[in-house]
Design a protein around this ligand. Sequence first.
Ligand SMILES: NC(=O)c1ccc[n+]([C@@H]2O[C@H](COP(=O)([O-])OP(=O)(O)OC[C@H]3O[C@@H](n4cnc5c(N)ncnc54)[C@H](O)[C@@H]3O)[C@@H](O)[C@H]2O)c1
Length: 332
Amino acid sequence: MKFGVIGYGYWGPNIVRNLASLEDTEVVAIADISPLARGRAQKAYPNVQVTADVAEVISSTEIDAIAVVSPVWTHFELTKKALEHGKHVFVEKPFTSTAAQAEELIDLALQKKLKIMVDHTFLFTGAVKKIHQLLQEGTLGKLYYYDSTRVNLGLFQHDVNVLWDLAPHDLSIVDYLIHATPEAVVATGASHLNDHEDVAFMTLYFPDKVIAHINVNWLSPVKVRTTLIGGEKRMLVWNDLSADEKLKVYDRGVQIDSQQGVYDLLVNYRSGDMWAPQLERGEALTRELQYFVDCISNGQDPFNDGSAGLRVVRMLEAASESLSKRGDLVYL
Ligand SMILES: NC(=O)c1ccc[n+]([C@@H]2O[C@H](COP(=O)([O-])OP(=O)(O)OC[C@H]3O[C@@H](n4cnc5c(N)ncnc54)[C@H](O)[C@@H]3O)[C@@H](O)[C@H]2O)c1
């Protein structure tokens, strides 16, 4: 399968490297409007065509699929053109800038019988796969909450705020783990350096009292990637920066034994063992791109398809509306 990659900034090189490492895939062209980026690409891949002419790559009859790895505001136009030229598309998160754009692309892909995969990389990590398994098999019990802290200093994006940049990771995970549409969203935040919020907090209310909270920040002195997930039976801590033991599952919980009036509430705290499950190794992006190629070959719809991308964009749109009203509850 022959790929054209558009955008060779921070994330593009990871896409090219992984595509180049797969059997039966080949990167035949890389397009970027920046001469600096083109210089880096040509040096790393002397045998690949590197060009400023994005249209030429998108219309090339030699190419089967396009990877869109450019800024968010370009995703819609580039994906649309690629689909119109009969290419399957692997597009970065967040899928589009608006839900209406995402819906249009989903329809177009359906019409053209082409696949869209949105790069929700975290769904292919050993940690998220294990958390999904622990929830599915009932080890955690009924899910109570998902609480994530995803903060660091920069990298400032120029076209989107910190919510649109960092929260898609958690929103795609929450969508995958909870399998439900949130009932309402609340978001607050502030911008200190330009018009884009650099600190933001988002709360999602799901049916059945499941709540998710996401803290994203470009102005943190330290990098933190820690998520707490609480279930009725067990709870876990996922520290994505830990070299080993990223995931720790605690056999801890609370049980109400009797409830005959407020003062008689008998609360039992359970404090059992902690264990760190073995996680699948290897790079998530390798697995994800292989899955994209397999889906195209088998005519299968990926679970992180355009619709998954759309669900994340809907949550982001609701969050933006709430953010602009200083935390008003926005129903989805
Ligand atoms: N999945 C992940 O974990 C992950 C991580 C980082 C970034 N991303 C996503 O990847 C995308 C790119 O982010 P980045 O951090 O690499 O940004 P970046 O600014 O570092 O790189 C973007 C590149 O695209 C080029 N570009 C801009 N407009 C273009 C156009 N119209 N045609 C061709 N090239 C164009 C720029 O010159 C630049 O080299 C974003 O959507 C971002 O959200 C995903």
